[in-house]
Design a protein around this ligand. Structure first.
Ligand code: GLC
Length: 551
């Protein structure tokens, strides 16, 4: 049975209802993402661990977040930072033991928070017992069909498919199919339309793919029964092969999500899919949107740098973003949540060569933390840790190491991350002597850290600004600075104005026909909202952001 409740309705507002299938706590969830090797080292080996995370829960909670997502903590060969899992049922000794994880989850729950792990559903390490058995010539073993073993390479493979074929001298066959690195053989969830001339292409209903599905259910059950609240599912869209329209992958997840919702009604599954229209249709609770087109030249190609919206140059546009966002948001309103994360372990941090000024970061954070859907803060973004170019390649990180440098806690050795000799630190700390730290920012009332806390406090205090409040663009996409939008329900209205550009700007919007406006939070109270019957006017200094309550 599904109950539905409805929040904002009305002319200007977009009504939001969310089926019972999403756990209640997600309505108010705000996530903090932790890359476990880089957050806090407790045992002094230079690598972060679970006890380290536990020792920092006061800090995490002080931000105003109430849920934590940990990147993989399972036994791994660490050729891709833990995304090459050897044993899905075992915490890697570098992080602790299964009992340490259970203790951490218990402590997180005691604080009224939730904990989500990372489910690497699509592949394992080539060193897993499953893959080793699957390599054997005998095809009737328990794990024989957990992987895909083509015996020849068809000539009509697309160049992209072709890169997934790894040649091997395993007794089992000439090739296996991988997902990411060679050491990450793809698990066999079957093919959307098996080609009869390709005997390795099994249907999704074949015994091998069905056994893999059951294994996935087993992994989920194992951890949920230990008190974990759910998973972020790595590469969720990639499971069924040769599935260009994702129909078969969506069907697979629909089935799994239905089972999950019945068995664990308070559990959450978050997709790494980057297409909420598909993933929420597939039954996931949350999916991410890529914000790079708005925030980063890295994702647009360096030549387009000048055109980034969140840049002092003020030469960007929002029409691209608005049509992408609006489409994803409006098509998924009753189905689940979208998330615009501040960053993650795969992309350059928001503070990087393109964006160095903390004032700019505050503007961007105002935007990200006043969006509908579930916010995700990547550890360190709250203090303005920067992307460190040319950080050494560690455990398959390549350039991603610049985004995975250790958390900067204080002014002591290794920024308080670890007591180990500096030469043993997982990835070198930001070498800048003026690097931001938690202790420094705790003391400055106007710091980025305290600004994030204020934003989250305000968000937590208002359903209109929260995960289910409505969203509507008020400004004109042909005049992109400032960007102005409404967050509302039938009780409250907030107008948010964002001016990343280095110039003062102003814009007229249709009158909201209300009596009063109040500046409640922002980068400067010099931002102004003037009401009139002919239309309302918003006036913004250079590089500023403001949240106005409309009464
Ligand atoms: C996802 C992860 C990334 C990993 C890849 C392969 O994209 O976020 O870190 O390398 O999957 O598992």
């Amino acid at each position: 049975m599904r109950k539905t409740f409805t929040l904002g309705l009305g002319l200007l507002l977009i009504g939001v209802s969310i089926g019972q299938k999403h756990p209640d706590w997600v309505k108010k969830a705000i996530f903090y993402q932790i890359y476990p090797s880089s957050f806090q080292d407790n045992d002094g080996d230079g690598i972060g661990d679970l006890k380290g995370i536990q020792s920092r829960l006061d800090y995490i909670q002080s931000l105003g977040v109430n849920a934590i997502w940990l990147n993989p903590v399972f036994k791994s060969a660490f050729k891709d930072g833990g995304y090459d899992v050897i044993d899905f049922y075992q915490v890697d000794p570098r992080f602790g033991t299964n009992s340490t994880l259970v203790a951490l989850a218990r402590e997180i729950h005691r604080r009224g928070m939730h904990i989500v792990l990372d489910l690497v559903a699509g592949h394992s390490s080539n060193q897993s017992a499953w893959f080793k058995e699957s390599m054997e010539a005998d095809t009737n073993l328990q794990y024989s069909n957990y992987y895909i073993w083509p015996n020849f390479k068809p000539s009509d493979l697309t160049p992209q498919e072709s890169t997934r074929w790894v040649e091997t001298n395993a007794p089992r066959g000439k090739y296996y199919v991988k997902n990411f690195y060679d050491v990450q053989p793809a698990l066999n969830y079957g093919f959307a339309n098996p080609n009869p001339n390709h005997p390795w292409e099994q249907s999704v209903d074949a015994p091998g793919p069905q056994a893999v599905r059951r294994e996935l259910q087993g992994i989920i059950t194992f951890w949920l029964e230990k008190g974990i609240d759910g998973f972020r599912v790595d590469l969720a869209a990639s499971l069924v092969k040769n599935d260009p329209d994702k129909k078969a992958t969506i069907a697979l997840w629909k089935n799994l999500n239905q089972w999950f919702d019945e068995k664990f009604p308070q559990g959450v599954l978050i997709a790494e899919w980057f297409n909420p229209k598909q993933s929420l249709e597939a039954g996931f609770d949350i999916d991410f949107l890529r914000t790079g087109r708005l925030t980063s030249a890295y994702e647009r190609g360096q030549k387009a740098a000048a055109k980034v919206y969140f840049s002092k140059l003020g030469e960007g546009s929002i029409s691209d973003w608005v049509s992408y966002f609006k489409d994803q948001y409006e098509s998924t309103i009753n189905k689940g949540y979208v998330s615009l994360p501040t960053g993650n372990h795969d992309s350059p941090r928001m503070m990087n060569e393109e964006r160095k000024d903390p004032a700019e970061a505050k503007v961007l954070l105002t935007f990200l933390l006043t969006q509908p859907g579930v916010p995700f803060i990547y550890y360190g973004d709250e203090i303005g840790m920067r992307y460190i170019p040319n950080s050494p390649d560690v455990e398959g990180s390549h350039a991603r190491s610049g985004t995975r440098t250790p958390m900067q806690w204080d002014g002591t050795k290794n920024a308080g991350f670890s007591s180990a000799d500096t030469s043993r630190i997982y990835i070198p700390e930001d070498p800048d002597p003026k690097r931001p730290t938690v202790t420094k920012e705790e003391k400055e009332p106007g710091s980025q850290l305290n600004y994030v806390r204020a934003l989250l406090k305000l968000r937590g205090s208002s359903n209109a600004l929260g995960n289910l409040g409505g969203w509507q663009l008020l400004s004109d996409t042909t005049q992109p600075y400032p960007m102005i939008y409404l967050r509302s329900n039938d009780i409250e209205k907030y107008v948010i104005a964002i001016n990343p550009s280095g110039k003062p700007v102003q814009a007229k919007i249709a009158s909201l026909q209300r009596k009063k406006t109040a500046y409640v939070l922002g980068t400067t109270d010099k931002c102004r909202y003037k009401m009139s019957n002919e239309g309302d006017m918003i006036i913004m200094p250079a590089i500023s952001a403001a949240i106005f309550r409309i009464e």
